[in-house]
Design a protein around this ligand. Structure first.
Ligand code: FES
Length: 157
């Protein structure tokens, strides 16, 4: 490995946009690992900038540190991950993201209408969830959980 493949904890923090203590936190959670140089100072792979950038965005999207650690668990430590390494991780993560995108899109599209929660408080509830029939499928906001509103079922069948 060339000397340029390593950066200090300060440079890593600066480039990713987090504090040095945050880097130590991610290190303590096993998301990144460092080597010590001849002077005993921590040195991180420059490729950890990408790894931590992934962590940061995943956290902003609501993923827990444990979720993120699970997703990154296939990535090698101690060497720069290749495109193929990242492809494995991103393939699995893509399906999780797709599920979240579907859930968020459904929520966005239904937020001003009946969500099948049983409140029967909107005019639309009489149309889409008369007598709270949605509850037959279980608890919770059924139309945000993937069930189709009453009205759609009759239109299509
Ligand atoms: S919004 Fe609650 S049942 Fe329709």
């Amino acid at each position: 490995m060339r000397g340029t493949d390593f950066i200090s904890i300060g440079k890593l923090a600066e480039r990713v946009g987090v504090s040095v203590s945050a880097i130590r936190f991610y290190e303590s959670k096993g998301l990144i690992s460092c080597i010590r140089n001849a002077g005993g100072q921590r040195r991180f792979l420059r490729s950890d900038v990408r790894r931590l950038s992934f962590v940061l965005i995943a956290q902003q999207l609501g993923f827990s540190i444990q979720d993120i650690a699970n997703e990154l668990s296939d990535l090698p430590h101690g060497r720069t991950p290749t495109k193929a390494d990242w492809a494995t991780t991103s393939e699995r993560f893509r399906s999780i993201l797709d599920q979240r995108i579907t859930a968020m899109t459904t929520m966005r599209d239904r937020l001003d209408s009946c969500i099948g929660c049983g409140c029967l408080s909107l005019k639309a509830c009489q149309l889409y969830n008369p007598e709270d029939r949605a509850n037959i499928k279980g608890a919770g906001p059924r139309f945000l959980l993937g069930d189709r509103p009453e009205k759609n079922k009759t239109d299509n069948d």
